[in-house]
Design a protein around this ligand. Structure first.
Ligand SMILES: [Zn+2]
Ligand SMILES: [Zn+2]
Length: 351
């Protein structure tokens, strides 16, 4: 199996700009003196680099799944590339594979923001951290990895370092790897602006994932006049409506099960009660009115005798309350935000 990129919409603007630059260069080269031509080339390079290099605001859904050990949907993880920043929101199962599938070296992720401590959001952390430290091309981290999260994040990182101390000691002694690259630096955060660097602002806000599951955070990421909001795991929550105001893209979790299943199982009723149903998500989207609503973390419950709801059913239920733009997130789907939002998905093909 191999993967190809499908551009759902038109030629990406970066390609258009490159073409314009080539055309203009041809014109200048034909009619201007060599020095003018060189200056023009430098100017055009500066313009295109500035617009599409530094101002890039790109979301990649690395994992859109749940605790279910699915090969199609890996554990929860969303990559945000904004200007010079590369930030990760949650680090579920398979995050490392998805990053390298995109050719992104693991060292490029400098900061990981956790929504909460359910294992489907954190279990990929030791992999990202320690595999990213190895000297191969996919690794080579020489600085500490920063982990941001609610109360409990320090305990998590301290104990992870304890759990892996034998490996760390061995590799330092045997492979002469540097200690800083194997360090985790954690920061406990609360609601409010938690990170501001190179024009990227990250705001954490409280969500409601159930009484016993606290802290539970969502994140708002602002960059270059645009906004992405990640719900984290939550049931309907007024605070999210407040912090999601004006978002270009709202990435929201969703959970669904057939009525027959819920009627027979207390366990499944409890699961659904900790999440947001498609009808409820529809109301949230209708209230926030993002330019684009995206589902990620799709909790689709079923049993050996009762099937899981289909994607079409999830969409139909959402549409009861929401008529705006909606995408069903898939692993490796990318969303690029500028004045428009372009959506691209990886399509699996077989030879
Ligand atoms: Zn979850
Ligand atoms: Zn959870």
């Amino acid at each position: 199996m191999k993967f190809v990129m499908n551009d759902k919409y038109n030629v990406p603007k970066i390609q258009q700009l490159k073409m314009i630059r080539l055309l203009l260069m041809g014109f200048w080269h034909r009619f201007c003196k060599p020095t003018q031509s060189t200056i023009a080339f430098l100017l055009m390079t500066l313009i295109t680099t500035n617009v599409y290099g530094q101002k890039k605001f790109k979301i990649t859904l690395l994992g859109t799944g749940t605790p279910a050990p699915s090969i199609e949907r890996f554990g929860s993880s969303t990559l945000i590339e904004a200007g010079s920043e590369t930030l990760l929101f949650d680090v579920g199962r398979g995050t490392t594979q998805r990053l390298w599938q995109l050719g992104i070296p693991l060292r490029q992720v400098t900061d990981v923001f956790l929504t909460h401590f359910h294992s489907d959001h954190t279990v990929g952390l030791p992999d990202l951290w320690l595999t990213g430290w190895l000297p191969a091309a996919f690794g080579q981290r020489v600085k500490p990895l920063h982990i941001w999260g609610g109360h409990g994040v320090k305990r998590l990182t301290k104990n992870l370092q304890k759990a892996y101390q034998t490996d760390i000691k061995m590799r330092i002694a045997d492979e002469k790897l540097s200690l800083p690259g194997a360090s985790l630096v954690s920061k406990e955060i609360h609601e409010g602006v938690v990170y501001e660097r190179n024009g990227v602002k990250v705001t954490a806000f409280n969500v409601d994932h159930g009484k016993a599951i606290r802290p539970a955070l969502g994140y708002r990421i602002d960059y270059n006049g645009h906004t992405v909001v990640i719900s984290g795991d939550t049931r309907v929550c007024d605070n999210l409506l407040h912090f999601a105001k004006g978002a270009d893209v709202l990435i929201h979790e969703v959970a669904a099960a057939k009525v027959e299943l819920l009627n027979t199982s207390k366990f499944f009723r409890r699961v659904i009660a900790h999440h947001t149903t498609p009808e409820e998500a529809g109301m949230i989207f209708e209230s926030v009115k993002p330019k684009l609503a995206v589902y990620s973390h799709l909790v689709l419950l079923g049993s050996p005798t009762i099937s899981t709801p289909t994607i079409a059913e999830v969409v139909a239920l959402t549409r009861k309350n929401y008529s705006g733009q909606l995408e069903i997130g898939e692993d490796l789907m990318t969303l690029e935000i500028s004045d428009t939002i372009s959506v691209r998905r990886f399509a699996a093909i077989t030879d």
